[in-house]
Design a protein around this ligand. Structure first.
Ligand code: NAD
Length: 483
């Protein structure tokens, strides 16, 4: 049985008796590790260690910080297979996906922020004063200090490194709280960062459930909180942070739409849409759960997506040919199944899926679910208004561009959208009309890490990515010099 320990001040610490929990493989239901649960005292030690390291790391020249980040990227690449195996065991995601998406993106995050921080400048103004004199205004960026990083389980290493690399690049130290479902890669990263020359205390890991996250977010030694997770938890974190008025960056849930026009290349659109619906068993905040299709091609798109759903290969995540893993937990499967039942109560016609697959004795203890597509629902149904976070989507017909925009924007969320069309002008026009943080045309989840990422409405507050991240993770001080 592997022990996954908390990392504080540059060393792993052993759990107190009774302060640990089991980690289960979601594909098999088997327990394979014991995880150290950090209580408020351990969180306190982690924040103190981060505070002690903050001044030194914050004053480290940008060139040296960038070099540490680049060595961290090298370190992830050197231990690539270990990271992949850890991510697959924690999440049950297919090994091919962990390789191509999660772990590849982790090293890319470190390289990107090494580049961004090295190139970042600041604006300055020459101010004309009465009498012909001038003043020079310029700003300097200072790190926030100690940043709490709280992340979910869907893309554990990808999302963790997205925040940690930017925070460290800006000279902050961090205390990270990975999801209780995915503790492994954050722990491996501690070793890689230490080997890369990051000073002890600059990266600390506290494992645990919501209580550990709440102790961290509400700690008086925290200077900012970056949180990715559900909207419900985000509101709780906001309340926890509010009394101390600390900056927050929130990347929350979504109920993302795709809009498919009848001029589209059918095969290309079906390929792109099936990725958008089923990648990571629908457990990516950016996944599409609402597909609006122009009426003349509705039946063709539906038939194409059903064919793709049926071709997905659910199975052992370590098999190279597996395309689709389980959901993260039995608890999450119960939630997704409750929506499968709700959709039928709301009058959905099930085109494919709708239940739990039988995959044989080895996998029967896992939290598997069938990829599912529905028609017959409308925007007033709860199935179309609430985030389900599984391999499911509803297909809804529309007639005009205006109607499609209204339908797509009729949601409390505002994370992402995709538009599928061969009409160049329409693509730009409709993408811009989407009330979301990210709008794709004829693609999905294609990211340039220098561009802003985040959501509107209940999908979040603020943007990270490129210079947007520099803005969140630093405080500018304006300096005005009379010349
Ligand atoms: P979650 O909100 O349940 O948990 C997220 C993290 O918060 C976990 O580490 C958890 O332990 C911690 N937590 C729980 N209660 C807390 C509290 N009271 N105070 C502080 N921390 C607390 O989310 P999840 O189920 O792990 O992840 C799925 C959700 O994340 C989905 O809603 C998905 O859309 C969202 N998500 C958003 C993005 C984005 O970029 N917008 C990316 C990935 C996932």
């Amino acid at each position: 049985m592997t022990a996954i320990r908390t990392f504080v001040g540059g060393r792993f610490i052993d759990p107190e008796p009774g302060h640990s929990f089991d980690k289960t493989n979601p594909a098999t239901g088997q327990i394979f590790a014991t995880v150290h649960e950090a209580d408020a005292d351990v969180v306190d030690q982690a924040v103190a260690a981060a505070r002690a390291a903050a001044a030194g790391w914050g004053r480290t020249p940008v060139r040296e910080r960038a070099a540490v980040l680049r060595r961290a990227a090298d370190g992830i690449e050197a231990r690539f297979d270990e990271f992949v195996a850890a991510e697959v065991a924690d999440t049950g995601k297919p090994v091919v996906l962990a390789r191509e998406l999660d772990v590849a993106r982790a090293s890319a995050n470190f390289r990107t922020y090494a580049d961004v921080v090295s190139a970042a400048g600041q604006e300055s103004f020459l101010t004309d004063l009465p009498g012909g004199k001038q003043a020079l205004n310029y700003a300097v960026r200072k790190p926030l200090g100690v940043v709490a990083v709280i992340v979910p389980w869907d893309l554990p290493l990808l999302l963790l490194t997205w925040k940690v690399s930017a925070a460290l690049a800006c000279g902050n130290t961090v205390v990270v709280k990975p999801s209780e479902f995915t503790p492994s890669t954050a722990t491996l990263l501690a070793e890689v960062l230490a080997d890369a020359g990051l000073p002890a205390g600059a990266y600390n890991v506290v494992h645990g459930f919501g209580a550990t996250g709440a102790a961290l977010a509400g700690h008086r030694g925290i200077d900012g909180v970056t949180f990715t997770g559900s909207t419900a938890t985000g509101t709780r974190v906001m309340q926890t942070v509010a009394p101390r008025v600390r900056p927050v960056s929130f990347e929350l849930g979504g109920k993302n739409a795709a809009v498919v026009f009848d001029d589209v290349d059918l095969d290309e659109a079906v390929t792109g849409l099936s990725r958008a619906i089923f990648t990571n068993t629908g457990q990516v905040c950016l996944c599409t759960e609402r597909v609006y299709v122009q009426r003349p091609i509705f039946e063709d798109i539906a038939a194409g997506l059903v064919e793709r759903a049926k071709a997905l290969k659910l199975g052992n995540p370590t098999d190279e040919s597996t395309t689709t893993g389980p959901l993260i937990s039995q608890q999450h499967r119960d939630k997704v199944r409750s929506y499968l039942a709700l959709a039928e109560q709301e009058g959905a016609k099930v085109l494919t899926g709708g239940g739990v697959p039988e995959l044989g004795a080895d996998l029967d203890g896992g939290s598997w679910i069938e990829p599912t597509l529905w028609t017959g629902l409308s925007n007033s149904d709860r199935t179309l208004r609430e985030e389900i976070f599984g391999p499911v989507a509803a297909l809804i017909p529309f007639d005009s561009e205006e109607q499609a925009i209204d339908l797509a924007n009729d949601t409390d969320y505002g994370l992402a959208a995709s538009v599928w069309t061969n009409d160049l002008r329409r693509g730009h026009r409709v993408a811009q009309a989407m009330n979301v943080g990210m709008s794709w045309v004829n693609t999905w989840f294609l990211r340039d890490l220098r561009s802003p990422f985040g959501g509107m409405g209940m999908s979040g507050i603020g943007r990270e990515g490129g210079m947007s991240a520099m803005e969140f993770y630093t405080e500018p001080t304006n300096i005005c010099v009379a010349l």
